[in-house]
Design a protein around this ligand. Sequence first.
Ligand SMILES: [Zn+2]
Length: 456
Amino acid sequence: MTKGLQTRFVCSACGRVESKWLGRCPSCGAWNSFEEEKIQSAPRSAVAPASSAVDDRIRKLSEVVVADSVRFSSGIDELDRVLGGGVMRPSSVLVGGEPGIGKSTLMLQLASSCASVGPVLYVSGEESPSQVKLRAQRLGLDASRIDILCDTRLESLMDAIERTSPAVVVIDSLQTLASGEVSSMAGSVNQIRTCCMALSLVAKARNIAMFFIGHVTKDGMLAGPKIVEHLVDTVLYFESAQTGVRILRSIKNRFGSVDEIGIFSMDATGLTPVRDPSLFFISDRQEGGLPSGIAYTAVTEGSRTFLVEIQALTVPCRGGSPRVYSDRVDAARVNRVAAILERHAGLVLSDCDTYINVAGGIRINDVSTELALAMALWSARTDTPLHGKQVCFGELSLAGEVRPVSFLERRVKAALDMGFDRILAPAVSPVSDERISTCRNIKQAIMISRAFCKQD
Ligand SMILES: [Zn+2]
């Protein structure tokens, strides 16, 4: 090995570093995902000698002048919400997701709607200028103030930034960019890192809000956005719920919280923010009874609370051991709630295969949905429909108790707004309302639910 030149191997899917090549990544399980990376250790002279100039740079923290970062609206409510109240300038934002999910559409909408802030540069390495124009026309966007550059060389992009002094830059996509100074192909770990790092620095230096689109591919053909998450200020991932519904989640945000989600409906006219998510996540049913196996609850995502519908189905297990099929609620949670029902409510579920779904396809992690999950299972197993206006809030303990939940007021309000007026809540409840019935344990919850059904 040449002195000063070392080699290491980086997983293109998750960024794990190994000293040897491996066929399979021990962290993420991807096959053939390791790429060789040469690390040129800096020659001694490149390290600046310590000098007296350092003394001038040490200041009292209290005397440091904070440069004003400016926040502006992207013109898209749901995107502003996920970004923590608007776009920061300067900042670098990574928007990841599977190909075709709507990342380019959202970014083109952003480019058009924030053109009033200053010049916008849209860099496409995937489409020609006329393709981008046609797409903007299809979406009915005003493209008159967007500068387009279809190039994949980092150097030409830097040049374009120099010349147009943009306020906002969109890069579609990070995987198509390549720097002439790196010998590997576009889309390799090395290229993606080099380009992302160079551009994030330019964003800071030139006060730009820089958006990077990064494709996530399941087959690991392209290096994923994971390997640059640490280089940017904000990381957003776009996921698909049911057909035509997209959810934007923030998993890192230097300028705000990460528990906000953005919900969009997607059609030929682009992505439209969804103001009332409950309408998407509960099925439209005519008046009349519910089928068995359906229970309603409310989830809280950041500043928003909305109703969701949990669906359960139990069928006799066909030999072997019973299984839980659930991809929207953690299967371990379903198993635990089933065990609690079996032990504390005498409901036998260990001879059934169980299917759990959430209408609208949203993934739920909120612990307060456990009581609703239990009631959906009970309703499915006993073939007893719940009252159509019943909604349940509560976490379950292993002892079968119904535990208090956070944001009960918000959940109750969301339920009442949607016309649900039989509210089953934990006994220790800070909200008093005649429409709330409280329960201490799962047995009581079942009794009260039966009583709701007899009321009319
Ligand atoms: Zn990996």
